[in-house]
Design a protein around this ligand. Structure first.
Ligand SMILES: *Cc1c(COP(=O)(O)O)cnc(C)c1O
Length: 396
């Protein structure tokens, strides 16, 4: 007899849990897109987005997922034949570089492995080697969701400055925005991409591109930018439709308005602190389990871990069975390993992930950890004792 009846919980790193307030805001008939409430709410919505990104510069919204935001951002700063430096700490760093290649851009890869962030030394050296100044932008994930590695974006900025390089700093915050501490203006980020379905707690379907004055000047020098991806009319619209180059994503905007309201009434510092507290409870449990068995956190250094997602390894004979067990017997779906195949584990089944981004609280975390404990017991997986106590201590 399964214990999975009752409300199911998707503990995967996106799409994340949608708050009731977001769902309620979206459950309505279509609004007029030419006048009234919807056009009127845009200035406050854009201000709310900038508040989450911690920028006073430009914000744009695209109908599309994170991949669309990747392409939108690149389309405004690089042309075919240009060069970018692609920092990679996993599947998503590689993915953004792949999109750049698809646009005819040459990517110089800076592969940092799967367990640690880029170092200032490596980045500075790569930029100093570019004597001709060919590199137009440094592409970097804030958090690579596949490995849960978090790059130190302030350090990345310092390294670019230390090398005396003029490249734009473009950061993928799709997993981290609204979860991990991020300061677009404070850290000197030129371009930042995000999407609706992770820390922002809205269904998939909106991509966001934030950009600096410096990036706007780079856009102005471009020979041409595809009409649909061009960020200029979206960021500085003269008419409402220009925000979206056509029909607005009406219901997503209502959901987003509700989500931004929640984030700002909690306060960004409090939102970040909540993610940190919950993440530390998860890490405490996982480290305790690991003391007596095969479970390991993918990122050894605490300071290098994202507070939005945790990637774990437990061996190919257990990872998938554990996920199947918690989903089928406890109603909790854990995330699959992504892009983590190895020679002896081609499907990457030994890896899995816990998403703890967005609308997550202590009981959801304890429920997930308790379900994992039950799964380990059911599958006879050796593990250290006292993991749930360790997590509870972190929350106490
Ligand atoms: C989810 C994610 C993406 C891809 O977003 P899609 O909406 O699936 O296109 C890209 N980068 C990071 C860091 C992500 O977490």
């Amino acid at each position: 007899m399964s214990g999975a009846g009752g409300r199911e919980y998707l503990a995967i790193p996106g799409p994340s849990v949608m708050p009731e307030a977001v769902l309620r805001a979206m459950h309505r008939s279509a609004p007029n897109i030419y006048a009234g409430e919807l056009p009127d709410m845009m200035p406050a919505l854009i201000a709310g987005l900038k508040g989450v990104a911690r920028t006073h510069q430009f914000a744009t919204i695209y109908i599309g997922n994170g991949h669309a935001a990747w392409e939108a951002a690149l389309s405004n700063i690089v042309s075919p034949g240009d060069t970018v430096l692609g920092v990679m700490n996993g599947h998503f760093g590689r993915g953004w570089a792949h999109v750049a290649s698809g646009l005819g851009v040459d990517v110089l890869p800076l592969d940092c492995g799967l367990k640690a962030p880029v170092t200032g030394e490596a980045l500075e050296a790569a930029l100093r080697a570019d004597r001709a100044g060919k590199i137009k932008a440094v592409l970097c994930t804030h958090v690579d969701t596949s490995t849960s590695v978090k790059n130190d974006i302030a350090l990345v900025r310092q390294a670019i400055d230390a090398a005396g390089h003029d490249a734009l700093l473009a950061v993928d915050c799709i997993a981290s925005l609204g979860c991990d501490v991020f300061e677009m203006d404070g850290w000197g980020v030129d371009v930042m991409v995000a999407a609706s379905q992770k820390g922002l707690m809205v269904p998939p379907g909106l991509g966001f591109v934030f950009f600096s004055e410096k990036a706007a000047r780079a856009r102005a020098r471009m020979a041409r930018v595809s009409l649909y991806w061009d960020w200029t009319p979206r960021a500085t619209p003269e008419a409402f439709w220009q925000y979206f180059a056509g029909t607005a994503p009406t219901h997503h905007l209502y959901g987003l308005q509700a989500a931004l309201g929640m984030l700002h009434s909690e306060g960004m510092e409090a939102v970040w602190a909540r993610h940190e507290k919950l993440a530390r409870a998860i890490w405490a449990a996982c480290e305790t389990w690991g003391q007596g068995g095969p479970l390991t956190l993918n990122v050894p250094e605490v300071a290098h871990r994202s507070t939005a997602v945790t990637a774990l390894h437990i061996g190919k004979n257990v990872g998938k069975r554990l996920r199947m067990w918690t989903e089928g017997e406890a109603g909790v779906t854990l995330g699959i390993g992504l892009g983590m195949s190895t020679e002896d584990d081609p499907l990457g089944d030994g890896f899995f992930r816990i998403g703890h981004m967005g609308h997550v609280n202590a009981q959801m975390v304890m429920g997930t950890l308790g379900s994992m404990e039950a799964g380990f017991a059911a599958l006879n997986v050796p593990r250290g004792a006292g993991a749930l106590d360790a997590a509870a201590q972190r929350l106490a």
